[in-house]
Write a protein that binds this ligand. Structure first.
Ligand SMILES: Nc1ncnc2c1ncn2[C@@H]1O[C@H](COP(=O)(O)OP(=O)(O)O)[C@@H](O)[C@H]1O
Ligand SMILES: [Mg+2]
Length: 311
């Protein structure tokens, strides 16, 4: 795999001096689904808008398919499809016409077969001759995606595709995204729902206050989430983890006066009870015990707390 999108130290300072992006560096592989996960105001829309050429970056650079977003704007933009958060369709327009028109905006010749293909992929073929106002909310969202796909982009940005959407529709959107991935489209979506990132994304980039805090494979992230550290303070220092305890995932502190045990809070058995009796059998005297959430957990607790705020 190779990176289709390369973002290097991208900064955005809005008029008035607010720094919305503080040097974002990120590579997105061709064919992957990346979720930009962050609370409201994190800079997700600013990042997407900058990559799509709607907002000028203050400094830094980015390329799409090798084309610079500033100096080769047209080529870069032609590879991109953007689905905005708001539904901004003309209610009296026809579904099929929306796609033809959008294709024309990119200077692509009319192509009935291509438009049919996109409409079918989005389960909108039967609705092609309907007016937008006759569609359900979910169908309207699919028309937005159809518009973004009409010029055959290689990279699709979905800005909060399920914000304010009910559970059934959210699931439908997840399925649409999975189908697009299968068709080879690279997808960057923004969300402030961890479950959404988990359901759809290959990798998750956590963004907060204009900074990418971490980028990780979704499976690794979910495995690490929910882990806690138990720190055991000892009365007498140890030079090594005693043999009877070797079966536990223990890490000895530098001064030998503490041991840290990492465990899964969601597992049926945390292993703590067994560890305690093994410690006592080994004759190790404890001074104190305390548990701590991983820094990852702290980040996510922060995300969840801010989740309820209006967009
Ligand atoms: N045009 C603008 N002028 C000044 N500040 C802006 C502008 N657009 C967004 N911001 C600010 O930049 C920050 C990031 O906004 P945004 O990218 O929309 O975040 P997100 O999409 O993650 O919710 C917010 O604090 C927002 O108020
Ligand atoms: Mg936004």
């Amino acid at each position: 795999m190779s990176a289709i999108l390369k973002i290097r130290d991208l900064r955005k300072v809005y008029e008035g001096g607010f720094e919305a992006l503080k040097g974002v560096t990120l590579d997105i592989e061709e064919g992957e689904i990346l979720a930009l996960l962050g609370p409201n105001g994190a800079g997700k829309t600013t990042l997407i808008s900058t990559l799509c050429g709607i907002t000028e970056p203050t400094s830094g650079s980015a390329t799409v398919g090798g084309y610079d977003i500033k100096t080769q704007y047209r080529q870069a933009r032609s590879l991109i499809g953007l689905v905005p958060q708001e539904i901004n369709l003309e209610p009296f327009s026809y579904v099929g016409a929306n796609l033809h028109f959008s294709r024309g905006l990119f200077g692509k010749p009319r192509d009935d077969a291509k438009v049919e293909d996109v409409l079918r992929k989005l389960a909108l073929w039967d609705k092609r001759a309907n007016r937008v106002r006759e569609l359900s909310g979910g169908m309207k969202r699919r028309v937005l995606i159809g518009k973004a796909l009409a010029h055959e982009p290689k990279v699709l940005f979905l800005d909060e595709p399920t914000a304010g959407v009910d559970v059934a529709l959210r699931k439908e959107m997840w399925d649409v995204v999975a189908d697009l991935k299968a068709a080879g489209v690279t997808i960057i979506l923004t969300t402030h729902y961890i479950e959404e990132a988990e359901a759809m994304a290959d990798r998750v980039a956590v963004i907060r206050d204009g900074e990418i805090l971490m980028v990780e494979r979704t499976a690794d992230l979910m495995r690490r989430l929910g882990r806690k550290d138990l720190t055991i303070e000892l009365r007498e220092p140890l030079t090594a983890i005693p043999e009877p305890l070797s079966g536990y995932d223990l890490c000895l502190g530098e001064d030998g006066l503490s041991m840290t045990y990492s465990y899964d809070t969601q597992a049926d058995r945390t292993g703590i009870a067994g560890l305690m009796s093994a410690l006592s059998e080994a004759g190790i005297v404890l001074k104190d015990l305390h548990t701590r959430q991983s820094s990852l957990e702290e980040i996510f607790v922060g995300l969840v707390e801010e989740k309820g705020a209006p967009a």
